[in-house]
Structure formats: C-alpha cells, structure tokens
Design a binder for this molecule. Structure first.
Ligand code: NAD
Ligand code: TYD
Length: 337
C-alpha cells in the first residue's frame, strides 16, 4: 500500500487530487497536512473527510517536528507537496509569507524526506518559474528559470532546493510544472472563478490592462491524473511540464463565461494592470505525453462548461468561502484600479 503525505490537500488542486486518489485507488492511504489558510477549506473535503484511508491534520509544512511525527505515525513513504501561497496578486502586496511557505516549507519537507529516506518526493511547481513568452514558442523542461513575480520566484527557489537535495543527498524527487488550472473548488480570487462569481452576482468583471494576456488552461482533474502518472511511472530526478494545449486570451475566456451565464458584456471593466504582468504562458507537454503516456481528457470548452455548471450548482460553497475576509481582500485589491 502506498502511504502518501499530501500537503495543501484542503486547497483547490490538492483537494481534487485527494478526492481522485481515494475514489480510484483504494490501496492508497493519504495523510493530508494543511494549515487552512484563507485558501484552504474543509468544505473542499466534502465526501471524503472521514474516509477510512484519509487522515486530515491541521498544521504548517514549516513545522519539521510535526512533519516527522506524521511520517512516523502513518508510515509515510511518499510526499506530494501541493501546499503553497499561490496567488500572484497577493505576492505583489506581501511577499514574505510566500518565502516562508513556498521556500522554507519546501525545505522543511525535503529535510524530512531525506532524514526518513522516503521513496519519493514530488514537488508540484508551476510553468510561471520560466517567466513569460512573446507571441511565439512554448516552455520546455530545458527553458531556463526566469521568474518575474514574487510568487514565481519563490516557486523557482523551491524547485532549485528540490534539485539540490537530489544532487547532494540523493533524495528521489520529481518536479511537475503545470500551466493554469481551473475547475471545481478553486478559490474565487483567480481569474475563472472570480469572473463566474462576479457574473453570477451581476458585479463588474475587472479585466487587467487590455485583457489580451494569454494563459494555457488545464482542467484540474487532468493535472491530478498527470501528477499520479508521474508518481507511478517517472524515474527519479525527472522534471515534467504539464499543459492542455489550450491557449486563450483572458477576454476570450470571459466571453465564454458571459455567454454560458447569459450575462451582458457591459459587465466587463478594464482596470489598472498588474505590475510586472507576464504576457503569455504556453506549455510544451511532449515529454509527459511521450514518456509517460499521459493525455488530458477534456477540451477547454468541455472543461469550462463543467466548471461553470459546478459553480452554479455549488453556490453554498461559494457563499461559505466568500466570507468577510474575502470582501476585505476584494475591496483592497481592486479599490485603486
Ligand atoms: P491553493 O491556494 O488553492 O491551495 C493551497 C493550499 O495550501 C491551501 O489549502 C492552504 O491552506 C495550504 N497551505 C498554505 N500554506 C501552508 C502551510 N504553510 N502549511 C500547510 N498548508 C499550507 O493553491 P492551488 O491552486 O491548489 O495550488 C496547489 C499547488 O499547485 C501550488 O503549489 C501551486 O504553486 C501549484 N500550481 C497551481 C496552479 C494553478 O493554476 N492554481 C498551476 C500550476 C501549479
Ligand atoms: P490568475 O488567475 O491570477 O493566474 P496567474 O496570474 O497565476 O496566471 O490570472 C490569470 C490571468 O487573468 C492573468 O493574466 C491575470 C488576469 N486577471 C484579470 O484580468 N483580472 C483579475 O481579476 C484576475 C484575478 C486575473
């Protein structure tokens, strides 16, 4: 039986990953360590919080003693690190917590993986570590790291640490670098759930700059199957880009959302741009497709329709995560734009 410590498993991607693994791989036990920041919600664990192969632990990945205790108590053989501060805009207004969680937290987990001689350490990273692209080309695993935001700089630092622990102490690792995810349980600070939530409530849709920034979208379930495939099949020390070949300009994404919700384009409001805004991301995922026989299962059009339906049908969830703190965040983030 594989016994995995998943960190950040109450967040967007982590909770989708735990849900998928518990449903599809009954031989796996998961200890789920999450600090429950604003982005981590027990509501995201609906349907599996009390599953017999799942144990939720509230705590910080920077707490080395706790991490070692979990590894011992649950006889963990693998760590998959999803835990992070993940929002670029928040990293621009306050970078320190990004260094603490994304860098020091990853270091703490690596030390535990080394000292406990774990079978595998998987670092869930991002394509944003590569920086930005012009109108042509895609990121490959050979693209040099050139992060532009405090968020991506902290993720790149963590990637370097993972490789250093592999090189220096033989920690058996993989790094995955995925493009932008969307789907159920994404906190409504990111583009797609924010626009759906605002449109559902007939609120303005704040588009940064000209709205022609391009992201390469992947449905969250497909990211989860890719991480699982890496865990099952990848040799240690390999890095994989993950992407859905679904490049879209932000305005085109918003257009689809408005059409599906039957809301007017007049809700769109162009606002002041994000400082240092990366123009375009696009992933070359040939390596994982060829070497590990992974494929995304949904087109963007299928995925976005599913996602919009999920948000329409889960407005209780939206209501519970969009609490008083969220309103404060929203007013602060968008007030001078
Ligand atoms: P998220 O913000 O939705 O969730 C992060 C989770 O980590 C939350 O549950 C939070 O409570 C937890 N957490 C934060 N600090 C912690 C700490 N110190 N100790 C323990 N738990 C802590 O993020 P997400 O979108 O699910 O992203 C998951 C991972 O995937 C991140 O590492 C992110 O960099 C990476 N990633 C995200 C995307 C995307 O589009 N969302 C794309 C590529 C890679
Ligand atoms: P985001 O979801 O924050 O992801 P990332 O910056 O990590 O790619 O943003 C996706 C794109 O949407 C990015 O170009 C910024 C833009 N955006 C807006 O135009 N308005 C918004 O309110 C948000 C949150 C993002």
């Amino acid at each position: 039986m594989s016994r995995i410590l998943v960190t950040g498993g109450a967040g967007f991607i982590g909770s989708n990953f735990v849900r998928m693994v518990l449903a599809e791989h009954p031989e796996v036990f998961i200890a789920n360590l999450d600090k429950l920041t604003y982005a981590g919600n027990l509501e995201n664990l609906a349907g599996f919080l009390d599953h017999s192969n799942h144990k939720f632990i509230k705590g910080d990945i920077c707490d080395g003693r706790l991490v070692e205790q979990i590894i011992d108590e649950h006889r963990i053989d693998t760590i998959i690190n999803f835990a992070a501060e993940s929002h670029v805009d928040r990293s621009i207004t306050g970078a320190k917590i990004f260094i603490e969680t994304n860098v020091t937290g990853t270091l703490t987990l690596l030390e535990a993986a080394r000292d406990k001689d774990l079978e595998r350490f998987i670092q869930v990273s991002t394509d944003e570590v590569y920086g930005e692209l012009g109108p042509e080309g895609k990121f490959t695993e050979q693209t040099p790291l050139s992060p532009n935001s405090p968020y991506s700089a902290s993720k790149a630092a963590a990637d370097h640490l993972v490789e250093a622990f592999g090189h220096t102490w033989g920690v058996k690792y993989n790094i995955t670098r995925c493009s932008n995810n969307y789907g159920p349980y994404q906190f409504p600070e990111k583009l797609i759930p924010l626009m759906i939530n605002n449109a559902l409530n007939d609120k303005e849709l704040p588009v940064y700059g000209d709205g022609l920034y391009v992201r390469d979208w992947l449905y969250v379930y497909d990211h989860c199957t890719a991480v699982w495939r890496v865990l099952q099949k990848a040799p240690p020390g390999e890095i994989y880009n993950i992407g859905g070949c679904s490049e879209k300009a932000n305005l085109d994404v918003i257009d689809l959302i408005l059409k599906r919700l039957d809301k007017p384009k007049s809700l769109i409001k162009h606002v002041k741009d994000r400082p240092g805004h990366d123009r375009r991301y696009a992933i070359d995922a040939d390596k994982i497709i060829t070497d590990l026989a992974w494929q995304p299962s949904l087109s963007f059009e299928e995925g976005i329709n599913r996602t919009i339906d999920w948000y329409i049908n889960n407005q209780d969830w939206l209501g519970s995560v969009v609490s008083g703190d969220y309103q404060k965040y929203y007013e602060q983030m968008y007030k001078d734009r």
